[in-house]
Design a protein around this ligand. Structure first.
Ligand code: FES
Length: 89
């Protein structure tokens, strides 16, 4: 699974660094509990602004892309839930 976290200025202001930290912690949790998760690798990438925050007047940051699914207004909790749901056996 590929997780991309936008670290452009709007997304960073609204907490994308915290989301990155949480994903790192989650990686440790998953590796310690490997029996309950599929063995797909969890790849995490910090990416530059994708432009979503400039395209609309609505608040979209932080933006996280999990595989091809774009999450707007991402929080650590919604991102963790999505990753765990996809990786749990
Ligand atoms: S800073 Fe994240 S989409 Fe622009």
């Amino acid at each position: 699974m590929k997780v991309k976290v936008c670290v452009g200025s709007s997304c960073t202001l609204l907490g994308s660094m915290g989301i990155l930290d949480q994903i790192d912690d989650l990686k440790d949790i998953i590796s310690e509990d490997a029996d309950n998760y599929n063995d797909e690798e969890l790849e995490v990438e910090a990416i530059k602004c994708l432009g979503f925050c400039k395209e609309t007047a609505e608040k979209v940051a932080p933006v996280v892309v999990i595989d091809d699914e774009i999450m707007f207004n991402a929080t650590s909790q919604t991102v963790m839930e999505k990753i765990v749901n996809k990786m749990r056996k």
